[in-house]
Ligand binder design. Structure first.
Ligand code: SAH
Length: 350
């Protein structure tokens, strides 16, 4: 089996070159071709000898996913369903903000976290994605954007999957994305979102680069959180919040808490009050998310007035928050919906 070069950090590729009896700078040359010039075919890498190029061709390859389906919404959101080389299907979404183009990267094929409101978990986890495949999500989107003279400027690891359930590959991915000779995306433009896997949060504090952390909180107390998110039974709020505090102290970074507002479940004034009490003293910011209704799930979105009042309560009680803008309305916007639909169609076709 040939090894996919998109899975290497620069330093890992330098070590690999040394193991082939080559100089370390070969890795930089390869990075320049792959990430600087989007050249993936070794024969075209003309600053390396023919014999070395043929050796590369025998042992390595540059494999990208292919596009299975593409949807573009009125607001410019692009949603791609990608085929990985083993046939696995993965969603990736591009959101166009005024400050740049943010890609929402999937980290696993399916997800086993089982959050009650989420479409991704409708299909259980099949496997981890590799760093090479996550880089592939960005490169395929970049190729798509090159048509209009743009590129991906921000990464959020908020697609299908739980990144801290696939820590090693996600870590490699963010280092390749951040590498100036790689994709060159600034650490402050990279955010990883977790449902709250505590050992992952501890490890992330020691990543060594200034990447952002988002925590899917979605509840002001452990009862509501356990009902919505099974992970809370392993890592309850009582363990999660101190771990987040430690992370803030160690990294000096502010964290984002994501909080989906669900009608009658977590959107009452007493919920806002309890949330403020819980978050007091943590350097954080709350992103209130209007629920994306998933047909298979029983939950409804909070009323606009409830949402506004909830946000006002938080802001008035010392917790900074905003309500997230909605993207991609009309294109199976909820996480995992497009993939679930394609699977259904595949199964019907069989
Ligand atoms: N597993 C990670 C990242 C993927 S989910 C995590 O849990 O953070 C990315 C975000 O989308 C999470 O905050 C998740 O809770 C949210 N989400 C999932 N289903 C949603 C829905 N139906 N409507 C709105 N947000 C949803």
């Amino acid at each position: 089996m040939k090894k996919n070069l998109f899975g290497y950090t620069l330093s890992a590729l330098e070590d690999e070159m040394v193991s082939l009896g080559e100089k370390r700078f070969r890795a930089t040359q390869l990075f320049q071709w792959m990430y600087g010039k989007n050249v993936y075919d070794f024969d075209s890498m003309t600053d390396m000898s023919k014999s070395f190029r043929s050796l590369l061709g025998e042992q390595y390859e540059c494999v990208l996913p292919s596009i299975h389906t593409e949807q573009v919404a009125k607001d410019g959101t692009i949603k791609l369903l990608l085929n990985m080389s083993d046939g696995a299907k993965v969603e990736t979404v591009l959101m166009r903000y005024d400050y740049g183009n943010a890609i929402c990267v999937s980290s696993e094929v399916g997800c086993s976290m089982g959050c009650a409101f989420c479409a991704s978990g409708l299909l259980k986890k099949e496997r981890n994605l590799t760093a090479a495949e996550m880089i592939g999500e960005v490169l395929v989107m970049n190729a798509r954007l090159a048509e209009v003279g743009e590129r991906v400027s921000h990464i959020v690891v908020m697609g299908t999957g739980e990144p801290f359930d696939n820590y090693d590959e996600v870590s490699k991915f963010i280092h390749i994305a951040n590498e100036p000779k790689g994709l060159g995306i600034g650490a402050r433009h990279i955010t990883v979102s977790t449902c709250g896997i505590v050992p992952g949060i501890e490890r992330y504090a020691n990543e060594g680069i200034q990447v952002n952390l988002a925590i899917s909180l979605h509840a002001p107390n452990t009862e509501i959180r356990s009902a919505l998110m099974p992970i809370n039974r392993h890592y309850p709020l009582e363990t999660l919040l101190p771990a987040v505090k430690d992370y803030v102290e160690k990294s000096g970074r502010r964290v984002t808490f994501e909080y989906i507002l669900i009608k009658g479940v977590n959107d009452r004034e007493e919920d806002a009050k309890e949330l403020c009490e819980r978050l007091a003293g943590i350097l954080c910011y709350v992103n209130l998310i209007p629920l994306n209704p998933v047909p298979e799930k029983p939950f409804e979105r909070s009323e606009p007035t409830t949402t506004r009042r909830f946000a006002e309560y938080l802001n008035a009680h010392g917790v900074n928050c905003t309500v997230r803008k909605e993207w991609g309305t009309g294109i199976d916007a909820a996480c995992g919906q497009l993939r679930a639909k394609a699977k259904k169609e595949e199964n019907h076709g069989q």
